[in-house]
Design a protein around this ligand. Structure first.
Ligand code: FES
Ligand SMILES: [Fe+2]
Length: 437
């Protein structure tokens, strides 16, 4: 890929092609957890823009430019008050929508404050994530994805920092061949101990560990389908005796994936640019059975990250915990059993922004190629002012962006096209909340 083509996909500043496209969708900006303090205010860097997110004393959220529009000081040091945020330099006071409400050093009869409105973006809080909309045109509704429709009790949200461009982080999630290698374990763990972990369950309705299927059948057949929300990726591994394992995963346009975590949970994960060199993954773990044990899920993940940066403890500076003995005997990478670390290594070790002029895409990269084509097409549409784009919610009653179905299933090879839908229907029929069919 030529450099200018690659830059069109990877750069996300406000005037760039991908930047304008990503801004037309709700983007995760923070975890609700981050505002759980006696001073609910955090700095946010999103697609290269520096902002401040706060909750006023009325409980309303605001996301405004980090620099005061008066003389440019940092509003992260502002005073939180009933309606909004007050700059400590000269006391200018801003409401959650960025409107200046007071300029207490100006003459009594001054109305200059009415003309000052700083950059502010709409936000919505749902199931542990605060989403921001930084685009043009009407502010859309949130899509009716399972993770956003489920009750708060059935969703756990978390995030983590990766020091690389957002696109390579997304692309690892739509590469269905890599788990057979990167996440290979030479021994199967006890599936009883799988709660909150990925690739540790058994395939649906069998006692075969997913890890074994991935290890033994490493040449998957990959089928793609374009949908309302993005791309459905069906990964088939043909087993013995006319049986096939299918793993249904999804690219949810523009920067999320939705994948199965276990038989009862899915993960919807956004790869959000902080700037062009860093990104956060934001994951919503959604349960289709019992309420989620959030304390356990949080504890598992906090043990691997430092706050307030959500930076992983294993990283480039400590070789991701690489151990050559472990690589011989236990795991394919030698980087422990946490598959997030494997993915992080894969993405970060390509270089901060992968040089795509030197890559050679192969058969297993077909979802990556399809996604890049879709992103190029969508960027071209947005440049022309056409906002009727894939994955966009067009009006409040638009529920076309549903699900998506994400699961592992085994069935007869002859029924490959249907048996996974039956598995999903069964899961949803027994779901205690109203999961859409
Ligand atoms: S710089 Fe903020 S009020 Fe003067
Ligand atoms: Fe992975």
């Amino acid at each position: 890929m030529k450099r200018d083509r690659s830059e069109l996909l990877t750069q996300t500043g406000s005037g760039t092609g991908a930047g304008k496209t990503l801004r037309q969708y709700w983007m995760p900006a923070a975890l609700s957890d981050e505002l759980n303090s006696n001073r609910p205010l955090v700095p946010i860097r999103l697609m290269g823009e520096d902002l401040v997110l706060f909750r006023n004393e009325n409980g309303e959220l605001g996301l405004i430019d980090r620099q005061c529009p008066h003389r440019g000081v940092d509003l992260c040091y502002g005073r939180l008050e009933k309606e909004g945020l007050r700059c400590p330099f000269h006391g200018w006071y801003f409401s959650t929508d960025g409107q200046c409400l007071e300029q207490p050093a100006e003459p009594e009869d001054s109305i200059l404050f009415k003309k000052i409105k700083t950059t502010a973006y709409p936000v919505i809080e749902r199931n542990g994530i605060i989403f921001a909309f930084m685009g043009k045109g009407e502010v859309p509704a949130l899509p009716t994805l399972d993770c956003l429709e489920a009750p708060d009790s059935h969703v756990f949200s978390f995030k983590g920092l990766w020091q690389c461009n957002w696109l390579q982080a997304l692309e690892v999630g739509i590469d269905p061949a890599h788990p057979s290698f990167l996440h290979r374990f030479f021994k199967d763990e006890d599936p009883e101990d799988q709660y909150g972990k990925q690739f540790r369950d058994t395939a649906a309705n069998t006692d075969i560990p997913i890890t074994k299927i991935l290890r033994d059948y490493h040449r998957p057949q990959i089928e793609l389908e374009e949908t309302y929300y993005g791309i459905r990726i069906k990964t088939l591994r043909h087993l013995e005796k006319g049986q096939t394992h299918i793993r249904v995963t999804n690219q949810v346009f523009p920067c999320a994936i939705s994948i199965p975590m276990s038989n009862t949970m899915t993960i919807t994960q956004w790869h959000v640019p902080i700037d062009d060199q860093n990104c956060f993954w934001y994951a919503m773990f959604t349960s289709f059975t019992e309420p989620i044990d959030k304390a356990k899920m949080r504890e598992q993940r906090l043990a691997e990250h430092t706050l307030p940066d959500y930076a992983p403890l294993k990283n480039k500076a400590n070789q991701y915990g690489y151990n050559s003995e472990e690589q011989k005997n236990l795991t394919y990478t030698g980087m422990g059993m946490d598959i997030n670390v494997h993915d992080q290594w894969a993405c970060e070790s390509m270089g901060t922004i992968q040089n795509r002029a030197k890559e050679h895409l192969s058969t297993t990269d077909k979802a990556i190629s399809a996604y890049r084509r879709l992103l190029f097409q969508t960027i071209a549409k947005v440049e022309k002012g056409d906002l009727n784009i894939i994955g966009a919610v067009m009006n409040e009653n638009d529920d076309s962006i549903k699900g998506p179905i994400a699961l592992d299933a085994i069935g007869s090879t002859a029924d490959c096209d249907t048996f996974w839908r039956d598995g999903d229907a069964k899961r949803k029929a027994n779901c205690p909340w109203n999961a859409d069919l």
